[in-house]
Write a protein that binds this ligand. Structure first.
Ligand SMILES: [Zn+2]
Length: 495
């Protein structure tokens, strides 16, 4: 009760009250929402609307000023690929970005595929690949193998040859090119016919004599989505500390680590800060449609005036903070581990330093996560707002050195259920959640007093002091791919 009723305005009071159990209750609520809504909480689907209602009503109970902001969104339903003959099977698939729409049931026509030996092929890259093939029918499906040229060239050539749909399957020439491939044609509406992906094994099955199939890519529908914004007004309303997490899941699963974890951690912090009378305004955000391309956060930042943007002192992002095979990572604002592929706003280094000092203070090893812009902080850094955040890893595989430092299992992904149905309530590590929810609470509290270290705006000293040591330094520097965010990172194909 003391945690609920008192003003947790010092680091020690706040961290005494913030914990993984509180965040876990919110994760259970999000799991229940997914269970009641077809197993996911994805943008455009009822599980997301229910997530918004849960977060907004919880924050209102805590006494925060809550607004729900709507933005336009094109919902794309699941695509389908079914082989009808000579075998009948439903295959996992997805639409290439830039695809056309519609449903085609017809003959599968392999285009210069090479299923043996080195499996090298120009499949669909050259006009000659289509010579002698009969695409004159009304529902011909071109079967194309990955390799030799961009996916866009293959799809455009197939459409020009007269195909009504295209299946592009993985090349099968290396172990990395066996699984389902879903890439991009490099723009919107590149072709007018449906283009879907398949694995190499499915490509082999579809290449058999007498093969027929059904390909379906649904037309996008207008389904506006929502961000939840909650505010605790400060004495200085012109200096705003923002922290956010995306609330939507992918369509494939309930999204409990990605990103129920960040959403739940922010809710726990919101509960414990409810009595705070901050110096700087504290504004928390739960973003919609991140998994569809960072849409909610982009729409939010775009909706602000230049003056409103200039009042945002900094933005903290929390996307996947309880990975089951975790390591602790902090966005690498000083680029000590990764050269950033984006411009890093001044002040971001100081945010990284604060998190580093926190991990040092609790004796936890930490490492760098690439400051890639590939989550909801992108729109903020593009507007020169300093940013930072935490990450415990996605589909990248843990190495031996990391196992020695953080435990867990080398040779397995940080999150083996990343973007899958098994990203459920079992798919979180409570120790990681406990450490990170404290880190989040500490950073929000510290900056609610003063952001002077980040943007030069004077505030007030933290009551009771911050009492943090200098950063111990990252544990190790590890090779590319460490950022692990592939949300907006579909292959165009490079060879
Ligand atoms: Zn995410």
């Amino acid at each position: 009760m003391k945690c609920h009723n008192r003003n947790n305005n010092t680091v020690s009071k706040l961290l005494e009250c913030v914990d993984a159990d509180g965040a876990f209750e919110h994760l259970e609520a999000l799991q229940a929402i997914a269970d009641e809504n077809g197993g996911n909480r994805a943008a455009g689907l009822p599980g997301y609307d229910a997530s918004v209602e849960y977060v907004a009503s919880t924050l209102e109970d805590y006494g925060w000023d809550v607004t729900i902001e709507e933005f336009p969104f094109k919902y794309v339903g699941p695509s389908e690929l079914e082989q009808l003959t000579p075998v009948n099977a439903v295959y996992e698939t997805g639409p290439f970005t830039g695809t056309g729409y519609g449903e085609v049931t017809g003959t599968v026509i392999p285009v210069d595929v090479n299923l043996v030996g080195d499996r090298a092929s120009t499949s669909g890259c050259e006009a000659a690949d289509f010579a002698g093939l009969d695409f004159s029918g009304a529902s011909d499906i071109a079967l194309i193998q990955r390799g030799s040229c961009a996916f866009a060239d293959k799809a455009i050539n197939a459409e020009a040859a007269g195909a009504e749909a295209v299946i592009i399957f993985n090349q099968g020439n290396t172990p990395e090119r066996e699984e389902l491939i879903v890439g991009t044609l490099g723009g919107d509406d590149v072709v007018g016919i449906p283009v879907v992906g398949a694995s190499f094994a499915q490509g082999e099955a579809l290449a058999q004599q007498g093969s027929t199939a059904r390909v379906m890519v649904p037309q996008p529908e207008d389904r506006p989505q929502k961000n939840v914004i909650a505010e605790l007004p400060g004495r200085n309303e012109d200096n705003i500390v923002m922290a956010g997490a995306h609330l939507d899941s992918v369509q494939a699963g309930p999204g409990i680590n990605d990103n129920g974890s960040g959403s739940a951690a922010l809710l726990e912090v919101a509960e414990r800060l409810r009595k705070l009378k901050p110096q700087n305004t504290v504004r928390l955000a739960w973003w919609g449609a991140e998994e569809s391309g960072l849409i909610g956060s982009e729409q939010y930042v775009a909706s602000l005036s230049q003056v409103e943007r200039s009042h945002i002192a900094l933005y903290l992002n929390f996307d996947m903070v309880a990975s089951p095979n975790y390591i602790y990572m902090i966005y690498d604002g000083d680029q000590s581990g990764f050269e950033a592929p984006v411009a890093v706003p001044e002040g971001s280094v100081q945010i990284e330093d604060l998190f580093e000092s926190y991990f040092t203070s609790v004796g936890q090893p930490y490492d760098d996560a690439e400051f890639s812009g590939r989550s909801d902080y992108q729109a903020f850094i593009e507007n020169d707002i300093p940013a930072g955040g935490l990450f415990t890893g996605a589909e990248v595989v843990k190495n031996e050195e990391q196992e020695a430092i953080w435990g867990g299992v080398a040779g397995e992904a940080f999150d083996q259920c990343y973007h899958q149905a098994c990203d459920d309530i079992e798919n979180v590590d409570l120790d990681a959640l406990d450490v990170n929810v404290d880190a989040i609470a500490l950073a929000v509290l510290a900056y609610s007093y003063s952001t002077e270290s980040v943007n030069g705006v004077p505030g007030k000293p933290v009551r009771g002091g911050l009492n943090l040591p200098a950063p111990a330094g990252p544990e190790m520097t590890w090779s590319a791919g460490g950022g692990g965010y592939h949300h907006d990172h579909e292959p165009t194909d490079l060879d």
